[in-house]
Write a protein that binds this ligand. Sequence first.
Ligand SMILES: Nc1ncnc2c1ncn2[C@@H]1O[C@H](COP(=O)(O)OP(=O)(O)OP(=O)(O)O)[C@@H](O)[C@H]1O
Ligand SMILES: [Mg+2]
Length: 235
Amino acid sequence: MLRIEGMNTHYGASHVLQGVDLDMPQGRISAVLGRNGVGKTTMVKTIMGLVALSAGRVAIGDTDITGWPPHLVARAGVAYVPEGRLIFPDLTVIENIKVGEREARNGRGRKWPLPRLLELFPSLRERSANRGSQLSGGEQQMLAIARALVSDPKVMLLDEPSQGLAPLVVRELARVIQLLRDEGVTILLVEQNMKLAEAVADELHIMVKGRMVYSATPAVFRAEEDQIRARFLTV
Ligand SMILES: Nc1ncnc2c1ncn2[C@@H]1O[C@H](COP(=O)(O)OP(=O)(O)OP(=O)(O)O)[C@@H](O)[C@H]1O
Ligand SMILES: [Mg+2]
């Protein structure tokens, strides 16, 4: 569904992505793990067209979206939930979701109407009149996902959604991510939280210095975990 081939990205003279290949099957959760600074966020931003690629190719299904600007990538069905969530602190929960609706005026977006979103995220329903700044980290994360769903995405890119969340909230997040997958959304999950990635992902990938160096199912990964962790993940 989402295919990346030979993705190269530079920041000035700094060559961050050095030929990333990733093939994400439709309706599956693909997790990308990797130490700080290896280029995970850069990969996600390059997919979205927020950072220019210097070589390589990105496709959604049969559509080549290489070099497309962010609004067209979004229109092609890709939603992005950035690291740090970036919800609007002064808008209420409902208003934050409506911002997503405004951005989604393109014929898509009927699959996740507001009542359905509030059913999916009970904590948001209770807090629907609260401002973004009054929400807990977990509620903000759910709101960021809810807002991204409004556009009825085919592919959702989640950049470290569990960051700073308590274990109980991470479990709720895992439930939501799996539910979205079961609804047919193809998910790219960038995570430092290996437990979450192992628990929900259908495929695990590890990035080192701007390249994918390892791919496996969680079951295979678990069998080799200590070795792989020491080689590619622990600092
Ligand atoms: N806008 C930028 N300009 C210049 N260099 C950048 C920029 N953004 C990121 N970098 C550098 O690119 C490299 C990859 O950063 P990136 O944020 O993609 O890593 P990451 O894997 O997401 O890390 P983390 O796990 O800490 O989120 C780092 O060395 C970072 O310092
Ligand atoms: Mg990052």
